[in-house]
Structure formats: C-alpha cells, structure tokens
Design a protein around this ligand. Structure first.
Ligand code: AMP
Length: 209
C-alpha cells in the first residue's frame, strides 16, 4: 500500500533533499524519483540520454526540459506514492507534472548560501551504495572508503567550487520561481542543523506520524 500522497522536495543544491528524502523512503512507503540520481545512473550505463545530459551537468546547467519530462514519465507507473527530489526545477517541468499527476505538498528546505557551499565542497559519495559523507562534518571511518560497504568514495564533478556557484545561480533564476507556483502547497522547513532534527520537523509538518 502506498501513502496515497505525492510530494515534491524543493531546495538549492546541498539543501539536503537527497538526505531527507532517502530517510523518508526508509521509513514510509514512497517511491523516490530523483532526476539527478537517474541521470547519473544513465551516464554510468552509457545510455544515449545520459550522454546528452552529461555536458549540461558538468557545467552546472539544467538539462533540457523535454528530456527530463520524458525520463520522469517513463518512471511513473501508478498515481500516487511518489517523492520527487530535484524535479521539477523549471516552470515548464512543473506544468508538465500538473498534467501527469496531483501534488499534495511541496517541502522547501531553506539553507543559507554559505552553508550550501560548505556542504557541497566537502561532500563525498560512495560509488557503490550512494551513501553520502562530508570530509569535516561526517567523515567515513575508513578514510576514502565507505563505512557501510567499503566502496570507494568520490567527489561529484559538479561539486567543484566554480560549478557550485553556477548551480546556485541557476537555482535562484530558474527554480526559485516555483515557490510562488506552489505557494498553496508549500511547507517551508529550516534545513540547517542536525539531519535528524530536520527530519523530525518534516515528518511533523507532513503529519506522517
Ligand atoms: P542534483 O543531483 O539534483 O543536484 O542534479 C545534478 C544535475 O543534474 C543538475 O545540476 C542538472 O544539471 C541535472 N538535473 C537534475 N534534475 C534536473 C531537472 N529536474 N531539470 C534539469 N536538470 C536537472
């Protein structure tokens, strides 16, 4: 049985969308649709659409709407139970989603630019299981390998400082207008602070308990 809800997580790069949505999925019955994760997987598998997307991602630019909308549509096989993470990121994407399904709530994670840059430059990810670390706030006990599975940790190409600045600009110009688009469904959550505290706030705001 799915939750009967469709949720969107909005927030700048590094706001914690991936971390918080993965925690929600572990605890409740949702299907996680992260366009960033899907694109990275397609690149790894040499999928032609992934190859097309790669150049945009490396520059911190958004991948064209048509490609993203096709990917999302190909992954939706039921009416509800989805958490959209990193999608929609533009008004045309939001309008396309409206035509596909109903959205119940939109969670916006608010984090300052200074904090975002610190989080992203120090982020490291396990190539094997996707577990995220931070070189200072949450280092792996195994150095450059994952605590959980021993996989090698890597830094995303777009987590380099020059690209991060571009991604933050893109968020402000192209994605932030969605806050107005979703104003009636919007739940603003302070995304700074301890991961579990942010998670408790989200669960409370969504009345999931
Ligand atoms: P993320 O993992 O969500 O930070 O996404 C990484 C990169 O993938 C972004 O900087 C974009 O280049 C691309 N991307 C992910 N989701 C979208 C989307 N909804 N629309 C356009 N580009 C996207």
């Amino acid at each position: 049985m799915d939750s009967g809800l469709n949720l969107i997580f909005l927030g700048a790069p590094g706001a914690g969308k991936g971390t918080q949505t993965k925690k929600l999925i572990d605890k409740y019955h949702f299907i996680h649709l992260s366009t960033g994760d899907l694109l990275r997987k397609m690149i790894q598998e040499d999928d032609p659409l992934g190859v097309k997307a790669k150049a945009y991602m490396r520059e911190g630019q958004l991948v064209p709407d048509a490609l993203i909308i096709d990917i999302i549509k190909s992954k939706m096989h039921q009416g509800t139970g989805y958490i959209f993470d990193g999608f929609p990121r533009t008004l045309p994407q939001a309008q396309a989603l409206e035509k596909t399904t109903h959205i119940d709530k939109v969670v916006y994670l608010e984090v300052s630019d200074k904090e975002l840059i610190g989080r992203l430059t120090g982020r490291r990810i396990c190539r094997n299981c996707g577990q995220e670390y931070h070189v200072s706030f949450q280092p792996s006990k195994k150095g450059m390998n994952c605590d959980k599975c021993g996989g090698a940790l890597y830094q995303r190409d777009d987590d380099k400082e020059e690209v991060i600045k571009k991604r933050l600009e893109v968020f402000k110009s192209q994605t932030a207008p969605l806050l107005k688009f979703y104003s009636k469904k919007l739940i603003k959550v302070d995304g700074q602070g301890i991961v579990n505290e942010v998670f408790s706030k989200i669960v409370r705001e969504l009345s999931l308990n």
